[in-house]
Design a protein around this ligand. Structure first.
Ligand SMILES: CC(C)(COP(=O)(O)OP(=O)(O)OC[C@H]1O[C@@H](n2cnc3c(N)ncnc32)[C@H](O)[C@@H]1OP(=O)(O)O)[C@@H](O)C(=O)NCCC(=O)NCCS
Length: 320
């Protein structure tokens, strides 16, 4: 069958068919997990726009058999944590089920040849969290877990009780929040996570306080942790969040080490859920690195993973 499959750069005339293949896959995965936002089941305009741009950039490969499109792979190229990288988002690939493994391997082979010839050695790929077949194929190629995108429904009951006082932050809490955020940077940079985050200036923190909803926890009037929720104003086909979705993003959530494991994280999250239900926000999105040992346990208790991003690093001396 491999002989019949041809890989070529994707053309404009492939886009409608590619979006159909993607949507069939999305409907299949979302039929067993109702945390997938329903918007993407019936809307493909953002996906077509994305593919159109990728075709123009020459950043999309197509697979065809007997003249029919059976799969595609489209990607972004950018600098990620100091390294030239490529990233294939969940809308950047799909294949017809009958051909899945073979076509994915052929598409990756063609794309990886192109990337490595340009000295791009960091390859990232987002798949449906429950697509164990593709996950196994990618793991055999040397990919490993990096990031999870997960959603929660805000009508879920959280029976959190903690001994902490939680207050919604006001604009004059910028100094308090700034010092907690600065402390969180040390946590993200530590082993085994090793995530470098840029410092936040006080003005950045003031903007977060204005645009987001920050809840700060106090122990005997001493600030010990926070959570931040913003609300999305548009659909985002990269992380699949939709308009009016709660987003635990930017500064996220952080609790000082000595106060972890006392139900405070859950209590902060309860405040976020309550805010959402009072403001007609039905869905919340969060993403977290799987090497973040706390986050990888905590969020999975209350959120359902929908996407998994995996990463492969190629031997750096291959083009020497
Ligand atoms: C992630 C974090 C906010 C969780 O807050 P927390 O107060 O420690 O968590 P809680 O005590 O409320 O725990 C809630 C539940 O998660 C579970 N949980 C939390 N951390 C866990 C861990 N490291 N391992 C296993 N389970 C864990 C608890 O067992 C509890 O479950 P239960 O109610 O069934 O007993 C906090 O640990 C933290 O700030 N970590 C460092 C920063 C960070 O990772 N932030 C998230 C960035 S995306």
């Amino acid at each position: 069958m491999n002989n019949k499959i041809k890989i070529h750069k994707m053309n404009e005339c492939d886009i409608n068919q590619a979006a159909d293949i993607w949507q069939n896959c999305y409907n299949k995965y979302s039929s067993t997990n109702n945390f997938f936002p329903s918007y993407w089941k019936t809307n493909t305009s953002e996906i077509k726009d994305f593919l159109e741009q990728k075709v123009k950039d020459g950043a999309a490969f197509a697979a065809e058999a007997d003249g029919i499109l059976i799969g595609y792979l489209a990607f972004d190229a950018f600098n990620f944590n100091g390294e030239e990288s490529v990233f294939c988002p969940s809308i950047g690939h799909a294949v017809i089920d009958d051909y899945a493994d073979k076509v994915y391997l052929l598409l990756y082979q063609a794309a990886a040849k192109d990337w490595v010839s340009k000295n791009i050695f960091n390859h990232m790929w987002t798949i449906n969290y429950n697509d164990t077949r593709l996950k196994n194929t990618l793991y055999d190629l040397g990919f490993g877990s990096y990031l999870v995108d997960a959603f929660a429904r805000t009508d879920a009951k959280l029976d959190a009780v903690s001994s902490y006082e939680i207050r919604k932050a006001a604009s004059n809490d910028a100094d308090i929040l700034c010092s907690l955020v600065e402390e969180s940077r040390e946590y993200y940079a530590s082993s085994p996570l090793f995530l470098k985050r840029d410092p936040y200036l006080i003005d950045d923190i003031s903007k977060i306080l204005t645009n987001g909803n920050v809840f700060i926890a106090y122990n005997n009037n001493i600030p010990v942790g926070f959570i931040n929720l913003s609300v999305s104003h548009e659909n985002n086909c990269i992380d699949l969040s939709v308009k009016n979705c709660g987003m635990i993003d930017e500064i996220g959530a952080y609790i000082k080490p000595e106060h972890r494991g006392n139900n405070l994280g859950k209590d902060l999250l309860k405040n976020v859920f309550n805010y959402c239900t009072s403001n007609n926000i039905e869905l919340i999105h969060v993403d977290f690195e799987t090497a973040n040992l706390f986050a990888n346990k905590f969020w999975k208790k209350y959120f359902s993973p929908v996407l998994l991003s995996v990463r492969r690093t190629i031997n750096k001396n291959i083009n020497d």
